[in-house]
Design a protein around this ligand. Structure first.
Ligand SMILES: O=C(O)CCCC[C@@H]1SC[C@@H]2NC(=O)N[C@@H]21
Length: 246
């Protein structure tokens, strides 16, 4: 097992949500810590959606303090997705099956195999909780997601490999630490370049769904702040937060 220096590691048999646990412990931690749970009874996804965690899949949250403001913290969407992609590639030996969907989904053969959730936690929101869920052995049915969303898939179904949660944690934590070092040392530029090199549907028409709006356009790039840039009939639009539909 390889484990990055300076990162703590805790494995729980069961918890409500590793995000909630992260919020409970954030202020008491001396350094970054990964909290993994074998089962969650109240896991949550982005935009308050529930996240199904029947056991056997991967669920963990990294709690850390991040230098810079909220905009800098949000860039961990990209480093986490890149780290997760690397962990998948190392464990499955199938890098060609992997792609990244803005802002932070990792696709396997075009299906959603993992989700990433960022929340600020701790006193005065001083820490960041990065939650990662991976469908290792099971995924919800296509009826569990909005019409038009990429279908959920599991790594087992897509690759035939049964990966243990502990192996995923080791691979992810190691890859994340390297991307975190790059981000802190060199800034967002190399992260952005690497993320774009694996982006799904770059140069193709996508739809960004916002709470009150839908914007269709060609996915041109991701800008220096991490916003997705679409070339629309009305001109270029940089969108900071949305769900993207292909
Ligand atoms: O909606 C998404 O795509 C994000 C899903 C994030 C799920 C993970 S599982 C570990 C952590 N604990 C939670 O309650 N949610 C995140």
């Amino acid at each position: 097992m390889s484990w990055p220096a300076g990162y703590g590691r805790r494995v729980l048999d069961e918890v409500d949500s590793t995000m909630t646990e992260a919020a409970r412990v954030a202020d008491a931690l001396a350094g970054p810590e990964w909290i993994m749970a074998r089962r969650q009874s109240a896991a949550r996804g982005r935009r308050g959606r529930p996240w199904r965690d029947p056991g056997g899949n991967f669920a963990a949250t990294l709690v850390m303090r991040t230098p810079g403001g909220p905009g800098q913290a949000a860039l961990r969407s990209f480093t986490t997705a890149l780290a997760l992609r690397e962990a998948f590639a190392a464990l499955t030996h199938a890098p060609e099956a992997l792609a990244l969907k803005w802002p932070n989904d990792v696709l396997v053969n075009g299906g959603k195999a993992a989700g990433i959730l960022l929340e600020t936690v701790g006193a005065r929101g001083g820490s960041l909780a990065i939650g990662v869920g991976v469908n290792l052995i099971s995924a919800p049915g296509a009826d569990a997601v909005e019409p038009g969303a990429v279908p959920p898939v599991s790594l087992l179904a897509e690759t035939g490999l049964r990966i243990e949660p502990e192996a995923m944690l080791d691979a992810l934590a190691t890859a994340f630490a390297a991307w975190e070092d790059r981000l802190v040392t060199y800034g967002f530029a190399p992260v952005r370049t690497a993320w774009l090199s694996h982006a799904a549907r770059l140069g193709e028409v996508v739809t960004a769904r916002l709470p009150q709006d839908r914007i269709e356009g060609i996915f041109e790039t991701v800008d220096e702040s991490g916003a997705i840039v679409l070339k629309t009939a009305q001109g270029r639009r940089a969108i900071a937060a949305a769900d993207i539909f292909f």
